[in-house]
Design a protein around this ligand. Structure first.
Ligand code: SF4
Length: 650
């Protein structure tokens, strides 16, 4: 199809009397949506990248879905959240597809671990040993479900919890899969969905799958099909996720599981290999030793603090020695089966990472380009290496395939520019890169008011959270709850929850952690006099339209914790480059997070409400202006009376 014809088809969908206006009763014509759709279509046909910030209400999903379905090119759409992924696949794409003369093939593709592996199921049944009673119960349910499922997608197994440990036993990662040598290869759920994705016109994935797949490009072992265009919605998450994915990682749990898998495989197949049980016991004791050395009171910490600890070093060296012994054993037995060969690869992978940590400890040179850090979770730990600057790696990867990229989100720009996003990903080297900002069509000046209370202490002050509650209480009484109280830390959330429970029991509190996120949101929509108290997870991906939400309170400017090892490492690196980390990292990152949190308030043309930005630094510090400029243009006040009048007038 010629570019002209394609663009005219796209315009025909979005014009005033176009396909969408004529066929969808709920559709409202929006000029900015049409413009965005034309931008996306141009990017698709010209094979050039574009970054688009589209404020709430622009209608960005239709603006990229229509051009995606009208082109002949193969498209991958990646989202940050499951909610958006489901919305695209189950709701938006079918609606548009029905309007096409030739509907397109659309597939939702998840990571391998989301599908039942028939080979692993058979192994689990034959082994018939389960760590817990719950697993023993669940395996029977898996077997029953296996007889009826057509997709093997484990999210469809409604009678088994998504968190059940049984899924680890009956799913498989890239390294474990036997591929063509598997007896179930022809009827395999994983291979089936992979084939469907190869043949589809549009494939929907999430950022995690996309990024983990990009890491496999060099090995030519990718799971995703090749595409002409990759559209990343919720693209503001990409820089942080790339840091996570482009690093190295090994964990005590993955090493223990590797030994467990090998031992049970040998037992199940009656293969005669001696010595692995003893290696497992020894490794386990060194892993426990390391766990005891790491400071368990801090979840994430820089590894520097144990770099000079001799016991830590000795334990790592001993783990390396045991893994080397295991490598020799598996290497000499690998001809016996494809499984042993894949276990060998996993051993080598872990060994290489352990060696990097040993080199780091032994080295006297300081390397600021990488952050070595650990994380503690459920009596286990992980050791991580995160590169500080991922721009070169990122660009090398996207240059290695012939696809154009469309990045979009309601929150990518800070202070009306994309510098932070572009420099993080190294996108300045992509020839022809375009950027666009489409502001929300909502009338924020009429629909909302931004309130910064007077006389609050500094956010570090012990009484800050309680004083904040007292300040906002008159607002919460007038709105009869219907408010989100968004905190930057669990500590502040707990203080606020306890204070409200003890002093203002008339409010119904929905507190993060008391139930799952979707139940909290569902209850919030229907409960009277209700306050929702949450941390970062509620700052994005929550869409409450209408009167149910009339007030959003943000306790502090969401600067990343200065104690976080990754933030610390990046600050140090930027300083070493002569840059200003506060201006180039901390402020833009916090401004994007703030925009996300504030964005919960106005979700529709009829919405009306108060945004309380309590942190006094927004008015007392020079950088406060930058934060205000990043938000939609609302009325602003420091007078409570004005806020009350605004709410009462409605
Ligand atoms: S081909 Fe791989 S994923 Fe499929 S059943 Fe066999 S081992 Fe499992």
């Amino acid at each position: 199809m010629s570019q002209r014809k394609y663009l005219s088809k796209v315009k025909n969908f979005f014009k005033k009397e176009g396909v969408l206006s004529k066929t969808l009763s709920s559709y409202n014509y929006r000029d900015i949506q049409k413009k965005m759709a034309i931008d996306v279509a141009n990017s698709i046909s010209a094979k050039k990248d574009i970054i688009i910030e589209a404020g709430t209400g622009v209608g960005k999903t239709f603006a990229y879905l229509v051009p995606s379905l009208l082109t002949d090119k193969k498209i991958i759409i990646s989202t940050g959240t499951k909610t958006l992924q489901e919305q695209l696949y189950k709701k938006d794409l079918p609606v548009i597809n029905k309007l096409l003369e030739n509907p397109k093939q659309v597939t939702l593709l998840k990571g391998r671990r989301n599908y039942l592996c028939k080979y692993r199921l058979e192994q689990a049944l034959v082994e018939d040993t389960f760590e817990t009673e719950e697993m023993a119960r669940d395996i029977k349910k898996v077997l029953k479900w296996h007889d009826t499922t057509k997709t093997g997608d484990i999210s469809e197994a409604s009678k088994i919890s998504e968190k059940s440990s049984i899924w680890n036993r009956v799913t498989i990662g890239k390294d474990g899969c036997l591929n063509k040598e598997c007896p179930y290869f022809k009827n395999c759920f994983v291979m089936d969905i992979k084939k469907k994705a190869q043949n589809a016109d549009v494939v929907i994935v999430n950022h995690h799958l996309l990024l983990s797949d990009w890491k496999l490009i060099k090995e030519d072992a990718t799971f995703l099909p090749k595409s002409d265009v990759i559209i990343l919605d919720e693209a503001h998450q990409i820089p942080d996720l790339v840091h996570d994915y482009f690093g190295d990682y090994c964990s005590s749990i993955s090493i223990k599981e590797l030994f467990k898998n090998i031992i049970s495989y040998i037992k199940y197949n009656s293969i005669s290999i001696l010595g692995i049980d003893n290696l497992a016991v020894t490794v386990d004791s060194y892993l426990s030793e390391i766990f005891n050395i790491l400071d368990n009171n801090i979840n994430r910490n820089n590894l520097n603090i144990v770099k000079r600890n001799k016991k830590f070093y000795d334990s790592l060296v001993n783990i390396k020695i045991q893994l080397e012994k295991l490598k020799i054993i598996l290497d000499s037995n690998k001809e016996k089966s494809k499984d042993l060969e894949s276990y060998l690869l996993r051993v080598i992978e872990n060994l290489e990472i352990i060696k990097k940590f040993i080199t780091y400890i032994e080295s006297t040179k300081q390397d600021d380009s990488k952050i070595y850090w650990y994380e503690i979770f459920n009596k286990n730990f992980s050791l991580n290496i995160t590169p500080v600057d991922i721009s070169k790696q990122y660009i090398d990867i996207i240059n290695s395939f012939d696809a154009s990229m469309v990045y979009t989100s309601a929150t990518i720009a800070t202070n009306d520019n994309f510098d932070y996003f572009i420099s993080n990903l190294g996108l300045e080297t992509r020839i022809g890169l375009k950027t666009k900002i489409y502001e929300s069509p909502f009338d924020y000046k009429k629909q909302s008011i931004l309130y910064s209370p007077r006389n609050l202490p500094n956010p570090d002050n012990e009484s800050y959270t309680k004083e904040l509650i007292e300040k906002i209480l008159p607002i919460l009484k007038i709105t009869q709850g219907r408010a989100f109280l968004l905190f930057t830390s669990y500590k502040a959330l707990k203080i606020a929850a306890e204070y409200l429970e003890n002093n203002y029991p008339d409010f119904n509190l929905l507190i993060q952690g008391d139930m799952n996120k979707s139940d909290i949101i569902a209850n919030f929509r229907i409960m009277e006099n209700c306050l929702l108290l949450g941390t970062s997870t509620f700052w994005e991906g929550v869409d409450i339209k209408g009167d149910a939400l009339q007030c959003v309170v943000i306790d502090k400017l969401p600067f990343a914790s200065p104690y976080d090892p990754i933030t610390q490492g990046k600050i140090k690196y930027l300083k070493s480059q002569g840059k200003d980390p506060f201006a180039e990292l901390q402020c833009p990152k916090a401004a994007i997070a703030l925009k996300q949190g504030a964005g919960r308030l106005i979700r529709d043309f009829e919405d009306h409400g108060v945004l309380v930005l309590a942190d006094p630094r927004i008015v007392t510090r020079e950088y406060g202006v930058g934060f205000i400029n990043s938000l939609p243009k609302m009325q602003r006040t420091r007078e409570l009376e004005k806020v009350i009048n605004f709410i009462v007038r409605g």
